[in-house]
Design a protein around this ligand. Structure first.
Ligand code: AMP
Ligand code: FE
Ligand code: FE
Ligand code: ZN
Length: 281
C-alpha cells in the first residue's frame, strides 16, 4: 500500500513551504505520491516537478480552483489538466487579479481601525503568489494584532468583523467544467466543513456530476464526522470516488502533511481519466 496526499499548498499561494521544500517534506513523511494544489495558480508546478523527479516522489500537478455559489465559497481541486489550456489559465488569472484588488480593499477597511499598509501584506507573500486572507493574517501577526493565522481568522478576518469582502469566482459548475475541458479530473474539496444538514444538497451535487465531477474529498482534517457520513451516502448514490488529503499549508495551519491519504485505486483512476498532463515521476 502506497501513500498519496492529494491536496497541499506552497508559498506560491498561502502555504509556507517553497514548492521544493514541499517535495522534500513529502519524502521525509514517507509519501509516495503528492499533489501540489495551490489556489488558482500553476506557478509552483514546474519547480515542484524538478525536485520530485530527482528525489523519486510522484507528483500529480494540480490546482485548487476558487468557486462561489451565491455567498458560499466552494473549492474545486483539479488534477492533471493541461497547464497551457487557455480558458482555464485565463480564468485563474481573472480570479487572482480579483483576489488582489479584494485584498487591497480589505486592507483599506482594516486600516480605518488598525494601522496596516498594503506593502506589509506584499512583504508577507512570495512574488507572484496568489494573495489570500492568510497573507493579510501574517501582516496582522507581524503588527502584533493577532497571535497566529487562526487567531486572525477568528478576529479581524472573520466575515462578521465587517472588513472582509468576497473576490470574483466562477460558479462551481463552471469550475468543474473548466477542469474537465482542460483534460483534468475535478474533485470537490473539503465538502464537509459544516454540519451534516449543510452538506451540498443532492440536486446541486447532481449538477456538478453532470458537469464532470469525479469525486468528493471526504477524508480531510476539517470535515466533520456527521457531514462525512452524509457525504459517503451521496458518493454511493452518485457513483463518485472519495479522496483523502491533508490540505497542508506548512506552518500556516495545523494540518499535518500525510494526515489523510487517498487509496491507490482512486489515484490510478484519476491518472487513467486525465488527458491534460502526465504524473511526474
Ligand atoms: P481566502 O482565500 O482569502 O478567502 O482565505 C481562505 C484561506 O485561508 C483558505 O485557503 C485557508 O487555507 C485559510 N484559512 C481559513 N481559515 C483559516 C484558519 N483558521 N487558520 C489558518 N488558515 C485559514
Ligand atoms: Fe489556503
Ligand atoms: Fe480550500
Ligand atoms: Zn486547500
Amino acid at each position: 500500500m502506497s501513500r498519496a496526499d492529494l491536496h497541499t499548498h506552497s508559498r506560491v499561494s498561502d502555504g509556507t513551504d517553497t514548492p521544493e521544500e514541499l517535495i522534500v517534506a513529502a519524502l521525509s513523511e514517507g509519501l509516495d505520491t503528492i499533489a501540489l494544489t495551490d489556489h488558482d495558480t500553476t506557478e509552483g508546478l514546474s519547480r515542484a516537478a524538478n525536485v520530485a523527479r530527482s528525489r523519486g516522489v510522484r507528483l500529480l500537478p494540480g490546482v485548487e480552483l476558487s468557486a462561489r455559489d451565491e455567498w458560499v465559497s466552494v473549492h474545486i481541486l483539479g488534477y492533471l489538466f493541461d497547464p497551457q489550456d487557455q480558458e482555464l489559465s485565463d480564468k485563474m488569472r481573472e480570479i487572482r487579479e480579483s483576489r488582489r484588488t479584494r485584498a487591497e480593499s480589505i486592507v483599506e477597511r482594516i486600516n480605518v481601525d488598525y494601522e496596516l499598509l498594503w506593502d506589509e501584506v506584499v512583504a508577507q507573500s512570495a512574488e507572484g503568489a496568489t494573495i489570500g486572507r492568510p497573507h493579510i493574517a501574517d501582516a496582522l501577526i507581524a503588527r502584533g494584532y493577532a497571535r497566529d493565522r487562526g487567531d486572525a481568522f477568528e478576529g479581524i478576518l472573520h466575515w462578521r468583523s465587517g472588513y472582509v469582502r468576497p473576490h470574483y469566482a466562477p460558479s462551481p459548475v463552471e469550475a468543474v467544467r473548466l477542469i474537465r475541458a482542460a483534460g483534468g479530473v475535478p474533485v470537490l474539496a473539503h465538502p464537509g466543513t459544516r454540519d451534516a444538514e449543510r452538506v451540498i444538497p443532492p440536486e446541486k451535487l447532481e449538477q456538478l456530476v453532470e458537469a464532470g465531477l469525479f469525486g468528493l474529498e471526504i477524508d480531510h482534517p476539517e470535515n466533520n464526522p456527521d457531514a462525512q457520513a452524509r457525504l459517503r451516502v451521496l458518493a454511493q448514490e452518485f457513483s463518485l470516488a472519495t479522496t483523502g488529503s491533508s490540505d497542508y499549508h506548512g506552518t500556516g495551519k495545523s494540518n499535518r502533511l500525510g494526515e489523510c491519504t487517498t487509496s491507490d485505486d482512486v489515484v490510478d483512476e484519476i491518472i487513467r481519466q486525465a488527458s491534460g498532463a502526465e504524473p511526474v515521476e
